[in-house]
Design a protein. Structure first.
Length: 188
């Protein structure tokens, strides 16, 4: 499954389409990645495999890496800031996102090492793309609408050309061989 030869980079993200009604209008104004086609998401591993090296085996290894992690509910109950530069929604449980990222990194040891601890977050807006007052207004408008609970049941291999596109989606909690296991979308 080769990707577009014009691809610049890849990443693994947990897409959160159920958060779009809440954050989509704000992200459209305040986050340039939304204008490049990347919906509400939490970045888990970036950079991932170089675009020219993505193949069917890459997706199979990604599937194997997350097969033991069951789908889970995620609640966004608070807004936070990285300094004065990034407004974001804080997910709970944080540990589940770190586990997924850790499993992926273990399955792909050639990936560059992280230079800091993963802070799972859903970006609402960036200071480089919007005024401080616009970000504060978004914070004030979103805060009373929380908490938001969604189900995280897959990760996506995202590829960046001019836009961010889904190259593959891999479900959580699905055994790489055989019938769905405990925690898979079809199990009790």
């Amino acid at each position: 499954m080769p990707v577009d030869p014009a691809a610049r980079r890849t990443m693994i993200a947990a897409l959160v389409p159920d958060a779009e009604p809440l954050v989509g209008p704000f992200r459209a104004e305040l986050d340039p990645t939304a204008r490049r086609g990347l919906g509400a998401h939490l970045t888990l591993v970036r950079p991932f495999v170089a675009p020219g090296r993505v193949a069917a085996g890459t997706v199979a290894a990604l599937r194997d890496a997350v097969a033991a992690v069951p789908a889970f509910p995620c609640t966004f109950a608070a807004l936070r800031w990285f300094g004065e530069k990034v407004l974001w929604l804080a997910p709970e449980p944080v540990a589940a996102f770190r586990e997924i990222a850790g499993r992926i990194r273990a399955a792909f040891p050639e990936l560059p090492a992280e230079d800091r601890e993963l802070v799972p977050h859903l970006t609402v807006g960036l200071r480089r793309a919007a005024s401080a007052s616009a970000l504060r207004a978004a914070e004030a408008a979103l805060a009373p609408r929380l908490p938001l609970t969604v189900r995280v049941d897959r990760v996506a291999l995202m590829v960046r050309t001019e836009t961010w596109d889904v190259a593959a989606e891999v479900p959580l909690g699905v055994s790489p061989s055989g019938p769905p296991g405990l925690g898979s979308p079809g199990s009790p």
